[in-house]
Design a protein around this ligand. Structure first.
Ligand SMILES: Cc1cc2nc3c(=O)[nH]c(=O)nc-3n(C[C@H](O)[C@H](O)[C@H](O)COP(=O)(O)OP(=O)(O)OC[C@H]3O[C@@H](n4cnc5c(N)ncnc54)[C@H](O)[C@@H]3O)c2cc1C
Length: 366
């Protein structure tokens, strides 16, 4: 199969899917290529902040997402042992302290809006394997494998929105710095106890650092910080010591935890790392979202940063396509608008992680 389009977006996560919608709704022809079927997206960044909420409302996407289901968080509570040492509640003009949106709801809503446009095409189960350059050495397309068949997409601009392990970054030889943060996270998801309000609970209990997020649909997601790269050796022992601080602090969780967490198979390990590409633009190519700058889970900002990239890039791309200028120099406006903010947010994550781990009670009280 051979396709011709203005923009080919590689990766159908929050960054790629939002950018596809913003371009298609402005008359640009877009092809989005996504490796998976987008059905199984548990344990991803799923908390949006106020700024992202405003963006989704501005683009008339929020209502559709709300129809599919979301949860406004009422408070954040910090526990030192069993004692709450700090509570954050919404400010005077706010009705939440963050919104939980399952990524499947977010993506389905935006895709269904995008598919109203004839100039929008999404191909799932399609893995991009090669970048194509023209005789000026501008990136001008990709080749991909779909149902064991090769397909080619020719375009004016390729977008690398293919996440933290980006194939496009590798194929374009873009240098990037990777940073470890000394910890990984074990995630588990279980039904919420009856009567639990939409709350994020941050815990420091008997040397364990945990977070519990109430989620849309009556679930809670529990995260345990563990030493970096320790999961393989932890798995040789029992997982019960991880449940003890949890159920001691919240006895109402005991029965649920014992029923739903019965072996290490019920846990997923997220390797925590951050990264930053040296450059996000080349002739005919732009990198966005986790592929350009992976964030750590601290502050749950990954998805917000990814979608803001799409919001900032869309008008720059629309102008570039109109003026037929897709060289790196022209596209650099995107890098100039976003890089300083991303670097600042990555630095803040490092500061927060250091303060949180070393001095939880002091941090929670200030
Ligand atoms: C396993 C995992 C767990 C996470 N957990 C958390 C968390 O707990 N808290 C948090 O804040 N953030 C978390 N994140 C990060 C958060 O989900 C991201 O910041 C956010 O989704 C970034 O959006 P994105 O669109 O840039 O990338 P992604 O959401 O990663 O989307 C990239 C998409 O590209 C597709 N893709 C990759 N390679 C190719 C290819 N060659 N061809 C076609 N498609 C391709 C992938 O299938 C994927 O759908 C997690 C990420 C991952 C991968």
């Amino acid at each position: 199969m051979n396709l011709q389009t203005d923009v080919c977006i590689v990766g159908g996560g929050p960054a790629g899917i939002l950018l596809g919608y913003l371009l298609a709704s402005n008359g640009v022809s877009v092809v989005v290529l996504e490796r998976s079927f987008l059905t199984e997206r548990n344990f991803r960044g799923e908390h949006i902040n106020y700024e992202t909420e405003m963006l989704l409302k501005e683009y008339k996407l929020f209502e559709k997402i709300e129809e599919l289901g979301l949860l406004r968080m009422e408070r954040v509570e910090f526990f030192a042992g069993k004692q709450i040492v700090k509570t954050i509640t919404p400010g005077p003009d706010e009705d939440h302290v963050g919104i939980h949106i399952p990524q499947s709801h977010l993506l389905d809503a935006i895709i269904s809006k995008s598919q109203q446009y004839d100039n929008y095409q999404l191909y799932l189960n399609t893995s991009v394997t090669e970048l194509i350059q023209d005789d000026r050495e501008f990136f001008s397309g990709v080749s991909a494998i779909r149902n064991e068949e090769k397909m080619y997409v020719s375009c004016s601009v390729v977008i690398g929105a293919d996440g933290r392990f980006s194939t496009i970054r590798k194929l374009a030889n873009i240098p990037f710095a990777k940073r470890k943060h000394g910890y990984d996270i074990l995630w588990a998801k279980v039904p919420a106890p009856k009567g639990w309000k939409p709350t994020t609970r941050m815990l420091h209990v008997k040397g364990h650092q945990l977070a519990i997020f109430t989620q849309t649909g009556g679930f809670i997601q529990i995260g345990w910080n563990i030493d970096e790269a320790s999961f393989a050796s932890l798995k040789k022992g029992s997982f019960i010591p991880f449940l003890t601080p949890l159920v001691e602090t919240f006895p109402e969780l005991r029965e649920i935890a014992l029923k739903h967490l019965q072996s290490w198979k019920d846990f997923v390990c997220l390797k925590v790392e951050s990264s930053l590409c040296e450059n996000w633009v080349m002739d005919g190519l732009v990198m966005i979202g986790d592929a350009a700058h992976t964030m750590t889970p601290t502050g749950a900002i990954g998805i917000n940063c990814a979608m803001k990239d799409a919001h900032v890039l869309a008008p720059i791309l629309l102008k570039a396509l109109r003026e037929k200028k897709v060289d790196a120099e022209y596209l650099r406006a995107f890098d100039e608008r976003r890089r300083a903010e991303i670097i600042k947010q990555q630095e803040m994550q490092i500061e927060e992680e250091a303060m949180y781990a070393e001095n939880f009670v002091h941090y929670a009280r200030n």
